[in-house]
Design a protein around this ligand. Structure first.
Ligand SMILES: *[C@@H]1O[C@H](CO)[C@@H](O)[C@H](O)[C@H]1NC(C)=O
Ligand SMILES: *[C@@H]1O[C@H](CO)[C@@H](O)[C@H](O)[C@H]1NC(C)=O
Ligand SMILES: *[C@@H]1O[C@H](CO)[C@@H](O)[C@H](O)[C@H]1NC(C)=O
Ligand SMILES: *[C@@H]1O[C@H](CO)[C@@H](O)[C@H](O)[C@H]1NC(C)=O
Ligand SMILES: *[C@@H]1O[C@H](CO)[C@@H](O)[C@H](O)[C@H]1NC(C)=O
Length: 327
């Protein structure tokens, strides 16, 4: 209800800043560390961007939005929120999709944007834990808001748990002071905001999304699920491992099939595997298929690494989905 009223008065009183305080403007470009980290939030168009400097001269750029540009038509990425990270220092990029079969791998944006593990939306930069009170005797240049609850810090003293300052009678946030838990200690920290722009963000932040991201960047939601993943297996013994996929394979040029084979390079003749090959598609990806492994020779612990073909799995490091066989 409060948000609804806020939205109405936001439309009516856009420039007065009456209801924006103690929150951030819904469209803003700012920095939390003197211009190094840039954060772009556009709640109205449901998109966000963040760039972080990475030593020595690279940046990690992150994007989150619905209706992500250049997504493949009819793919889950074209329908749900996607978070994409491009790390030029390591020359890698990866993404996840917030839907039934994805999300929950990482998130660089405020944690309250995650509604539950599968759903996401672009919201205000701030979410206060306590009711915020507007001070009636703050300075002439600043509006001061403080939480209705005090928190104690380890070096002594009690302070409002959350405090925020704005330029007087504007929607321009200046700094945020919070009592936070850092490594078992309660301390008081201040974040200074450098405001770059308020209102619809410059398109340049979103123009740098590579057109080929759906195919060249790794989809972290794709993978194999095993039961069991670690197992003991003696000589002349067999185990059965149930295998399924955590998310449906991608449909590439009309083909939604991934072929999974196995690499037993550590000791080629120590195990027999049956069957030699599995195929999963968007219909059967959750159905368990059974891999039967028999140890025919004595060895120490070893692992079996999948070999992927198709379905968007080709760019996934297969070691991540090794089966570990203990002895
Ligand atoms: C500010 O609020 C306090 C507490 O409600 C009140 O006692 C005080 O008179 C107010 N001061 C001004 C300048 O309005
Ligand atoms: C924030 O700004 C104040 C005043 O300019 C300064 O004293 C303080 O060190 C700054 N804090 C941080 C974390 O940069
Ligand atoms: C495994 O089976 C082979 C062939 O049947 C047999 O020669 C060998 O002794 C068995 N090894 C163990 C440890 O049971
Ligand atoms: C099997 O593993 C070896 C060693 O890790 C690797 O060199 C080889 O390329 C793998 N084979 C396939 C088909 O992935
Ligand atoms: C679909 O892709 C799989 C995996 O790469 C491949 O084995 C299969 O032959 C392809 N099917 C068609 C009809 O091209």
């Amino acid at each position: 209800m409060e948000n609804f009223l806020c939205l109405i008065s936001f439309i009516l009183l856009y420039y007065s800043g009456d209801c924006i305080q103690p929150y951030f403007p819904s469209q803003i470009v700012f920095s939390t560390d003197n211009g190094q980290t840039i954060i772009v939030i556009d709640e109205i168009n449901q998109r966000a961007y963040q760039s972080l400097p990475v030593y020595p001269s690279n940046t990690q750029r992150s994007f989150a939005m619905k209706n992500f540009p250049y997504s493949i038509p009819d793919s889950p990425q074209s329908k749900y929120y996607v978070e994409l990270i491009i790390d030029s220092s390591r020359n890698i990029c990866f993404y996840e999709t917030y839907w039934k079969y994805g999300g929950n791998n990482f998130n660089v944006f405020p944690s309250h944007w995650l509604l539950n593990i599968n759903s996401f939306s672009i919201k205000n930069y701030l979410e206060f834990k306590y009711i915020m009170i507007h001070s009636n005797d703050s300075s002439q240049d600043e509006d001061y808001w403080y939480a209705n609850k005090e928190c104690e810090i380890d070096s002594g003293g009690k302070y409002p748990c959350e405090e925020i300052y704005f330029k007087k009678n504007t929607e321009i946030p200046l700094r945020l002071t919070q009592v936070v838990n850092r490594g078992l200690k309660y301390i008081r920290t201040t974040t200074n905001f450098t405001i770059i722009s308020i209102g619809k963000p410059d398109e340049k932040y979103f123009d740098s999304i590579p057109k080929n991201w759906p195919t060249v960047c790794e989809d972290l939601d794709l993978g194999l699920s095993y039961y069991p993943q670690f197992t003991e297996i003696g000589v002349n013994q067999s185990v059965e491992i149930h295998i399924s996929l955590s998310a449906p394979p991608h449909r590439i040029d009309g083909n939604d099939t991934v072929r999974v084979q196995w690499n037993t390079t550590e000791c080629i003749d120590c195990f027999t595997l049956s069957p030699k090959e599995f195929t999963f598609n968007t219909k059967n990806f959750q159905e368990k298929q059974i891999l039967r492994i028999t140890r025919v020779k004595d060895t120490s612990q070893t692992k079996i690494i999948p070999i992927f073909n198709g379905g968007g799995f080709d760019i996934i490091p297969p070691e991540r989905f090794s089966i570990h066989l203990l002895h």
